[in-house]
Design a protein around this ligand. Structure first.
Ligand code: 5GP
Ligand code: MG
Ligand code: MG
Length: 179
């Protein structure tokens, strides 16, 4: 698995350090608001787990699965709800936890959905951002790392369901996804 990685972009230590910082800021922002923290599956599951351990105020969690990529490396623009939330978002301060924003299509669709359902506020935290891939005008409220326009894997992010378990973020050797 490690042999398929061409270059490590962000190490495990850097990621963990950044998540501590994000946790501190979000603990202040959401003190006394009992936010509903929503993990966008599957990619954000490791970030979610590490992030909530660093948020020191009361919160609730829920999980939602959406799909826009399939086994491809480019967004199709079609967002499907694979698994919906268990809880209602009506009147809630919602914190959306995303792995990475590329085109922004998935997230803009999700924000609209949650606002239509009556969320009191929607805040977005993403661990990674690829601003050069944007096709809609959208920024996260909190961003861990800005990445170049490359397809990355690891730390929850997959290629055809593999590599999610790498503790760092890296770029695949081109022959892996062109063969
Ligand atoms: P967007 O709709 O912003 O184009 O992409 C949304 C989702 O596509 C992300 O939440 C993530 O799951 C997936 N994605 C975007 N860029 C990458 C990438 O570089 N690598 C992987 N593995 N997934 C990505
Ligand atoms: Mg995602
Ligand atoms: Mg994927």
């Amino acid at each position: 698995m490690q042999n398929d990685i061409q270059e490590i972009l962000i190490s495990e230590e850097e990621i963990q350090g950044k998540i501590k910082e994000l946790g501190e800021v979000l603990s202040k922002e959401f003190a006394d608001r009992n936010p509903l923290v929503i993990c966008v599956l599957k990619g954000a599951f490791i970030f979610m787990a590490d992030l909530v351990k660093n948020i020191t105020v009361p919160l609730e969690m829920d999980f939602m699965a959406v799909s826009s990529y399939g086994a491809s490396t480019k967004s199709s623009g079609v967002v499907k709800i694979i698994k919906d939330l268990d809880q209602t978002v009506e009147g809630r301060d919602v914190l959306i936890v995303e792995d990475i924003i590329d085109s922004g299509l998935t997230l803009s669709h999700l924000i609209e959905l949650l606002q239509n359902r009556g969320a009191k506020s929607t805040t977005v935290v993403t661990l990674f951002d690829k601003p050069s891939g944007r096709s809609v005008n959208l920024e996260a409220d909190y961003t861990g790392f800005v990445l170049p326009d490359a397809f990355v894997v690891g730390y929850g992010l997959d290629y055809a369901e593999h590599y999610r378990n790498l503790p760092y973020i890296g770029i695949l050797k081109p022959e892996i996804y062109t063969s």
